[in-house]
Design a binder for this molecule. Structure first.
Ligand code: ATP
Ligand code: MG
Length: 193
């Protein structure tokens, strides 16, 4: 067995009659939204797609994907922006600073989206950013409308706006059945961040 496991010798690949860029929304209050998007990034990499991930409200606390992506040695570019979750207990930064950071991230989204350099763009926690008014709904809708037809766009975060859901092709709601934090178990590296 190789270090990276075993794979079958013969691999059949499906090719759709028509390639289309999809809008995918992963929302809901359960655990698994960001990691679902990261899973699609890894899958996309295997198909040779070029991936850009822009994380909103995440620049303050280390997350394993920052280095995990480097270790994968694949075509994923990741930008962690912001200074943590706006409004969460213990976050010391004023709303205006969160808003300014999110607005810079929106500029980055347009830059990456229009660069022609990416086949999949992931906007992690963008739904929360809209809900918290760090990003205007109109700004997100403008991104959806301006999306290059062949580029996939994945939007994560709780409280996806109904108008965003309406425009999306695939929408999943991750519901909490249980979460360890309810038993006062601290977030665990590799699972929670
Ligand atoms: P993941 O990043 O694991 O896919 P997620 O994107 O669905 O989770 P978020 O709402 O972005 O979840 O929360 C980020 C992290 O915080 C998750 O790893 C989750 O386990 C943890 N978490 C979610 N809700 C709570 C909570 N109420 N209290 C503490 N930790 C939570
Ligand atoms: Mg998340």
């Amino acid at each position: 067995m190789t270090k990276r496991g075993t794979l079958p010798d013969v691999i059949d690949r499906l090719e759709p009659k028509e390639r289309r860029g999809l809008i995918v929304v992963i929302t809901g209050n359960g655990k698994g939204k960001t990691t679902s998007a990261l899973g699609m990034a890894v899958r996309a990499c295997g198909h040779g797609l070029r991936v850009c991930i822009i994380q909103f409200m995440k620049g303050d606390l280390y997350a394993g994907e920052w280095d995990g992506i480097k270790l994968l040695d694949c075509a994923i570019e990741l930008h962690a922006t912001g200074k943590g979750f706006c409004g969460i207990q213990g976050n010391p930064y004023p709303w205006a600073e969160h808003r300014a950071n999110a607005q810079d991230a929106i500029d980055l989204v347009h830059e990456k989206m229009n660069s022609g350099g990416f086949d999949l763009l992931i906007l992690d926690e963008i739904n929360n950013a809209v809900q918290l008014r760090l990003v205007d709904l109109e700004q997100l809708l403008a991104i959806l409308r301006a999306k290059p037809p062949l580029m996939h766009l994945i939007l994560t975060g709780r409280d996806a706006h109904p108008e965003v859901v309406e425009l999306a092709d695939t929408v999943s709601e991750v519901n909490e059945i249980k979460h360890a934090y309810r038993k006062d178990i601290e977030p665990q590296p590799g699972i929670d961040y």
